[in-house]
Design a protein around this ligand. Sequence first.
Ligand code: NIG
Ligand code: FE
Length: 415
Amino acid sequence: MQLLIENIRELVTVNGGGRPFKTGKEMRDLGVIKDVCVFVEDGIIRWIGSTGAFGLSLNRDADVIDASSLVALPGFVDSHTHALFAGSREREFAMRAEGKTYQEIAAEGGGIASTVASTRATSKKELKKLTSKRLDSMMKHGTTTVEIKSGYGLDPDTEVKMLEAIKELADEHFMTIAPTFLGAHAVPSEYAQNKDAYVELVCEHMLPYVARKNLARFCDVFCEQGYFTLEESRRILERAKSLGLQLKIHADEFNAIGGTRLAAELGALSVDHLEHIQAEGIKALRGRETIAVVLPGVSFFLRNPYAPARALIDAEIPVAIASDFNPGSCMAFSMPLMMTIACTQMSLTPEEAICAATLNGAAALGLSSILGSIEVGKQADIILYDIPDYRYLAYHFGTNLVATVIKKGTILEFS
Ligand code: NIG
Ligand code: FE
């Protein structure tokens, strides 16, 4: 199949120049080209050049789009979500409006435990149906790759149910999906008095099974007071590493207990959250390849401080933006919205926000050699927006500006 997108008003390539991610000042260089054509064959970008210079003859059934009034960006890569879950937690949202904190609500039996109860009670088929609808909506908003974590099961059967559902969705849905095992998301109530036994279950039963059945590419841990200590996180992540999984960690969300240093030491692919990262954590990440994934929607939704993304970028640490979409701490998955919050609350420039939501997000999933930018040889995940200029995207927030979604060279039609 062939696709020619011609006369593109503005093409934001986010060209990485052969590097897996951008850091520091490079994040402001998006490789923008005006009045340009992109030619795609069999889902891969084959040619990019000025309008008029395209010399190949097209097949009769080739798709042709006139993008003279449109701006093209790479599909967004949302590298941190908990998008597979049942139930919802609007009651907690209302409680927070009255002054309760996320941790107080969790201590009263709400929080992750409440979504665990509903996810355990829901069939794999129903979970897939709920999630598939969410994936459709994410794609309509310009996201073409998403990471999804388990972690609302916290028992072997439900964790496997979640990971199988994610895997099946990866086969059946247009979205590119990267699965993460997050058995250490919280301690389930049945192990409340015996946390060691739960960590043992994760390390010696769940992780080996997940690795053997190839159910996840990554292992994540919620390293936080009241969840998993630094020592427990280390044990789980080292076990995962020994089984061939790549590492991610929820670190410094409410308290800095050493998770960031651990991520750097173990060579984690990403370290996520960082709302309370300290100078020591920033020092640990300097000069490493671990991607700092910041989650603007969580701080906005929970009234938590924002991660110091400006300082991280200035320290040349590779930064990605993700939604953390989940029913508790961020019930939103619009990446343009996350970019708006990053610009207004974290002082990122629109250019940095775009780079963080595309190429650097792909790097946080180890996928930036095949997606995350519009370059010859990469997968054709391209979004066309009905906007005058790429800066307009984060500027005009609260509405969907997507005109056309192209996934692996296919123009998607939504009902
Ligand atoms: O990334 N921090 C831990 N996990 C999620 C919240 C999950 C939930 O509240 O259901 C997060 O914020
Ligand atoms: Fe999370």
